[in-house]
Design a protein around this ligand. Structure first.
Ligand code: ATP
Length: 265
């Protein structure tokens, strides 16, 4: 089976600072993959280079066999590759339902004029998107807050809303940049379950997350970056046992428990 994503030889430097140096990853369709590494190892930059938010210096990215070279991020998103960011991106002055609708795709083939005249086809599409938004609210279990302003949500609820927004157009692949960061520990389990639920629908996940305990629980495969290079890849068990990974984290903190200088297992 074709991988849903194949990134090969990705290189990126910021004014001489090498952030990525020939990184390659391959994600099977429908899989959950973790991307870990110490601070500054290039994880967010790799996301940016895959999604078209940053131009690559070298390397190629294929989504479901299609070359993404030169395509803008919005186009890549429409092709089925969505992402979330370390910093939340919801609209605080809009309701939850409105936030979801902003993420809904305009129907292909509608002209500006047909949108302006609100033709029956446009109205039917709007109805469809409204139904989709309501179904998504149920899925993220925020239906009771459909009409509330997003700004009034807790941080964890905003994370769920952001996840819902990323899912409005049924992507093939979702890149999640630290989905658990800043989330109240009592909500971590709920968010984990939401991610597993998304994956059960066949959507592949690539997750950057400092909560490695969670990562080791849900990922089938883990890639480890260090200083812009791929250090190791393997199953969670293989990665947790790998001397190079333990070494990379020693003196910083244990990737699983957060303790200083302890080995992985
Ligand atoms: N816009 C930028 N301009 C200059 N240097 C940058 C920029 N973004 C990232 N870098 C540098 O590139 C390297 C990789 O950074 P990146 O943010 O991708 O790492 P990361 O693994 O995501 O880190 P963290 O876990 O702290 O989020 C670092 O040395 C960083 O300082």
């Amino acid at each position: 089976m074709n991988p849903v994503l194949k990134a090969s030889g990705i290189c990126k430097a910021y004014r001489g600072v090498v952030a990525l140096d020939g990184v390659s990853i391959e994600l099977p369709a429908g899989s959950i993959t973790g991307l870990i590494g110490p601070n500054g190892s290039g994880k967010s930059t790799l996301f940016d280079c895959i999604c078209g938010f940053q131009a690559r210096d070298a390397g190629s990215v294929m989504l479901d066999g299609q070359d993404l070279a030169g395509l803008p991020p919005q186009r890549i998103a429409r092709m089925g590759l969505r992402r979330t960011f370390q910093q939340l991106r919801v609209f605080p002055e809009l309701t939850l339902r409105q936030n979801l609708l902003t993420a809904a795709q305009a129907a292909p083939g509608f002209s500006y004029l047909s949108e302006l005249l609100r033709t029956p086809a446009v109205r039917a599409h709007e109805r469809q998107m409204m139904e989709r938004a309501d179904a998504m609210l149920e899925e993220i279990q925020l239906t009771r807050l459909a009409g509330a302003l997003a700004g009034s949500l807790s941080y964890g609820q905003k994370k769920l809303l952001e996840l819902g927004m990323a899912l409005m157009n049924e992507p093939k692949l979702l890149l999640l940049d630290e989905p658990m960061a800043g989330v109240n520990p009592t909500l971590v389990e709920g968010l984990k379950e939401a991610l597993l639920q998304v994956n059960r629908r066949g959507i592949a996940l690539l997750i950057v997350e400092h909560n490695l305990k969670l990562m080791f629980e849900i990922a089938q495969r883990i890639y480890v970056l260090e200083q812009g290079r791929l250090l190791v890849q393997g199953t969670p068990e293989e990665v947790a046992r790998d001397e190079r990974v333990i070494e990379a984290y020693l003196g910083r903190r244990d990737p699983v428990t957060g303790e200083q200088g302890a080995p992985l297992d």
